[in-house]
Write a new protein. Sequence first.
Length: 256
Amino acid sequence: MRRFATPGEFERALTSSLGPDSAFWPFPWIREPLPTWLHYSILLTLGIGVLSVLLVIRVIPPFWDTAPKQRESVFVADFENRTNVTALDLLARDALILTLEQSHHLDIFPRNRALQTLDLMRMSRTTRFEPWVARQLCRRENVATLISGTIVPVGQGYEIQVRASDPTTDAAKTVLKLPLLRKEDLYTTIDNLGGELRRSLGESRAQVAQSKPLEHVTTRSLEALERFSKGREHYMQGQTQEALIMFRSAVDLDPE
């Protein structure tokens, strides 16, 4: 590499390398020597251009990087019902699953696979997925997040408490509590709860806002949903006849 004794010598060499007689001269139609300040301007422009390209490559992902991001796996455990309202826990759990299934960020672990995992764990298919059972399932199936819930009486109404945790350490990722004044308000409460839960687990507000309210996703009849949920529980446990009775009853309540 050539060394320069003085700044003037460097300037003369730079001018010569960018002059009309140079092999690197980019303007063949111009044969007159350019002023020194213009040489520096050209170098500065080229430098800014190269820097801009490097920044764009670093900040903006390449156009060929189109692989979809892996969604976060989630399992929703059975809710604990501390109220005197029958099946309120089943309704809340299934309604929450329905709203979470609209997420593009979360991947809900299916119930039928959970029952198959119970077989591998040598547990009865009638076993409730209480938090301690659900944690074992999540660890076995590499599920990233466990969601558990409790419904408690508060005053004249109720409160739905939801906890998202890391199944490996049981460390809480988020804890949410929303009031439920009446059973009839369950859809609205779960819509709000599901939205907050999705945002707390990293989903954008814009994506959450695109979701449909529960009354547009499933039956508007809570009783029909309750019977359908019970029927599905019977079916997954191999109780076909009981499941058929519940399914027919749900359709009678809401034929649509």
